[in-house]
Design a protein around this ligand. Sequence first.
Ligand code: VGL
Ligand code: ZN
Length: 227
Amino acid sequence: MLYFGENMKRKPTIAGRPHEALLVVDIQPDFLPGGALPVAGADAILSPIRRLMESGRFERMVAVQDWHPPDHVSFASNHPGRKPLDSIVLHGHEQTLWPDHCVQGTSGAELHSALPWNRAGAIIRKAMDPATDSYSAFRNNWDRGGKRPPTGLSGYLKNLGVKHVFICGLARDYCVNWSAEDAIEEGFRVTIVWDLTRSINPKEDRKLRSELSARGVRIASTAEVHG
Ligand code: VGL
Ligand code: ZN
């Protein structure tokens, strides 16, 4: 027997804000301390991101996963004589070379087990093309032909009626930054949950923050977003 009336009294588990979505970017073991491309302090954001995902604040959540083939062009190991953090010119644009990371099917590439991914409505995998990197969750970096092919995320969100994208995760100065820029270009309102991100190069944080603000990205704290 179903006591429908009683169920109706229960606190709804979702906040009913279908026009807002939370992107949880690249929370994968390889980007955490001990991983292949560790971002300092990234372990400190796991619990607060978990709490935000479990809070019911967001009805819509999307996981973003860096997902490289082993022969990926961004790996220094695929460029004889180069080492991680060297910079090359790739298809006419600067490309940083990284240690091998987030290789498809490896444990370091998994969505981190500390977060409740079952609540995410979609998983967007990026940087799967061996010849192009992809920092943004919305589109690849430039390919051989100078194009930036979309991942489909913008259409997915628009199809659901999402107007405002909130972004947390890693790394603040790469995938979060590039995703925020593209989300603005796609016409979304964009909020970065600043304390739920960490940078590969934190020395540039002040500059990054003012560049993001100048582009129309709102910078907020978890407390403001919960509020
Ligand atoms: C990222 C460097 C290489 C990121 C991904 O998630 O910010 N950074 N691949
Ligand atoms: Zn990567």
